[in-house]
Design a protein around this ligand. Structure first.
Ligand SMILES: Cc1cc2nc3c(=O)[nH]c(=O)nc-3n(C[C@H](O)[C@H](O)[C@H](O)COP(=O)(O)OP(=O)(O)OC[C@H]3O[C@@H](n4cnc5c(N)ncnc54)[C@H](O)[C@@H]3O)c2cc1C
Length: 291
């Protein structure tokens, strides 16, 4: 189907962007790579008389260290993140995730900000970002605010983003030397059917903290706090066997949806398998290197 007519705006600065957002209100949508928005516009699921291309605002694409955070601009594409030396060095698990998203065409055009703001439930980044304790910076004419990744996605295609706000940066706490993380997902088609993210902190071989999340199986990424708590105080060699004690019961109680990717039971099984694999991979990760 052909796109309906729209006017295209290409602001080069944040003040120019917010002037356009203020002027057109709900008649306008911002976009970055367009990999999601264009599909929805072509299918006529969405229509906006004005589209605002964010790509000329260079400050939204940078990747840098800021105090004790790795800060990724919302316009950074998955490919850029996957191949960025800084991300590879300080958060190799996130670089690896980015390298496995979709295909090279989508990775080169699609941005992390677009992935998070669209909130298509079959997505990889949210579960690992939540396990890593990421925060999202939202900007609007009213100012800036930060929201935890864990709270940003409310459900299918629904986020905490308010009208007039854009996602500007994703802030990841720099892991301590003894923290390890990994993400594993399974997808039969283009998008993940289930994903599991594990982040653990080991001190002299003893687990001091753990964050376990599953993704792509419900409207939002989901934590497994009981399973994570059961790992605290255990030796590294005990962690994988200990996972089984609570994992099946905790995943079994989660409201997972049936969809074209599979039944809820199938996806529960897959999510548990991906989580086991993520924890096993995290335990073999090298120590973080911020030097
Ligand atoms: C074929 C295919 C395969 C895919 N496979 C995977 C996969 O395996 N794993 C995975 O995780 N994802 C997958 N995706 C999703 C992909 O990651 C997203 O399409 C991409 O990241 C979206 O980024 P974009 O810049 O193109 O977003 P756009 O299409 O430009 O925007 C998407 C939405 O977000 C809004 N938006 C964009 N940027 C901002 C911002 N900075 N602030 C506020 N709102 C904003 C737009 O208004 C729009 O509503 C796949 C997509 C396709 C098409």
């Amino acid at each position: 189907m052909l796109l309906k007519r729209f006017d295209l705006h290409r602001p080069a600065t944040l003040p120019a962007l917010f002037e356009l957002i203020d002027r057109f209100g709900e008649d306008a949508a911002v976009y970055a790579g367009g990999t999601e928005l264009l599909i929805a516009l072509k299918a006529r699921v969405l229509h906006y008389p004005h589209l605002i291309d964010l790509k000329a605002i260079s400050s939204l694409g940078a990747i840098a260290l800021e105090d004790d955070h790795l800060v990724i601009g919302a316009l950074a594409t998955h490919h850029r993140i996957a191949t960025d030396k800084l991300v590879q060095r300080v958060l190799p698990a996130y670089a690896e995730l980015s390298n496995n998203i979709a295909n090279i065409r989508v990775r080169c055009a699609g941005t992390l900000g677009g992935n998070l703001c669209f909130a298509e439930p079959h997505a990889d980044p949210p579960a690992l970002l939540a396990a890593l304790g990421a925060k999202l910076r939202l900007q609007s004419l009213a100012g800036n605010r930060e929201v935890a990744m864990a709270d940003f996605i409310h459900g299918d295609f629904e986020t905490d983003r308010q009208p007039g706000e854009i996602l500007s940066h994703i802030l990841l706490p720099l892991p301590q030397a003894n923290q390890r993380a990994a993400y594993r997902s399974y997808g039969a088609g283009e998008r993940p059917v289930a994903g599991g993210a594990a982040a653990v902190e080991l001190e002299h071989g003893i687990c001091r903290s753990a964050a376990l999340w599953i993704g792509a199986v419900a409207g939002r990424p989901l934590p497994l706090p009981e399973t994570a708590a059961a790992l605290i105080g255990l030796r590294q060699s005990e962690l994988l066997p200990a996972l089984e004690t609570t994992l099946t019961a905790e995943i079994g109680a989660i409201d997972i949806f049936d969809d074209a990717h599979g039944s809820a039971d199938y996806k529960r099984h897959l999510a548990a398998t991906m989580l086991r694999r993520a924890l096993a991979a995290a335990l073999t990760q090298p120590e973080a290197n911020h030097a």
